[in-house]
Design a protein. Structure first.
Length: 204
């Protein structure tokens, strides 16, 4: 029965997530975990059926050692990494690439920066700006192949700051492939959405 404990724990955790959030989140990491669990279950069955006894005990000890090590690593990393709001449009990051020849009119270095709020844009304290605007949309809002300061939300921020003479932040929550249902989900679940004065939705 001990062989089934990790599988049971996985099933229970997935059930709790569904009850808490009302939906199933299934990304690449979740797929990897599922494949790992299925692989473990297959290996456990083979180990028990093939050799049993002492060999099975060794396999069990090895598997649980790996699980414990991964759990401790997850806890340590979770306590060390900065906390981000739930359901952020993007994980905080900074990515630099060089434009290829396949995009006419685009050349040089492309910087893609996501701040600690999960939005493409400069680092900012929302409590210290006069006007907060959230941009939601698909690839045309995301502007993946346009460097930060040339993307239209960033340009809008600069223009409004100059013309109004105020501190303005325009956060870019655009993601390629997203459509109306994604935008609605973001507005309902992004913890900081209510802090913005205006929301611009570009649905294409």
């Amino acid at each position: 029965m001990l062989f089934l404990l990790p599988v049971s724990a996985y099933a229970v955790s997935m059930t709790l997530v569904v009850f808490q959030e009302g939906m199933v989140r299934f990304g690449r990491i979740d797929l990897g975990v599922l494949l790992l669990v299925l692989g473990y279950l297959f290996g456990a069955v083979v180990a028990v059926g093939w050799r049993g006894g002492q060999y099975s005990a060794r396999v069990l000890i090895a598997i649980y050692s790996i699980i414990c090590a991964l759990t401790v690593s997850e806890v340590l990393l979770g306590s060390m990494l900065p906390k981000v709001p739930p359901d952020v449009p993007w994980p905080p990051m900074r990515r630099v690439s060089i434009a290829g020849d396949t995009m006419p009119g685009i050349d040089g270095t492309i910087e893609f920066t996501v701040n600690s709020l999960g939005l493409r844009g400069p680092e900012v304290d929302l409590n210290k700006v006069d006007l907060r605007i959230l941009c939601i949309g698909g690839s045309t809002t995301e502007s993946l192949f346009v460097t930060d300061k040339l993307s239209w939300p960033w340009s809008l921020q600069n223009q409004l700051s100059q013309r109004l003479g105020k501190r303005v932040f325009v956060g870019n929550a655009g993601r390629s492939g997203h459509f109306t249902l994604h935008h609605e989900h973001l507005l309902k679940n992004y913890a900081l959405a209510s802090k913005f004065d205006w929301v611009i939705v570009l649905p294409v």
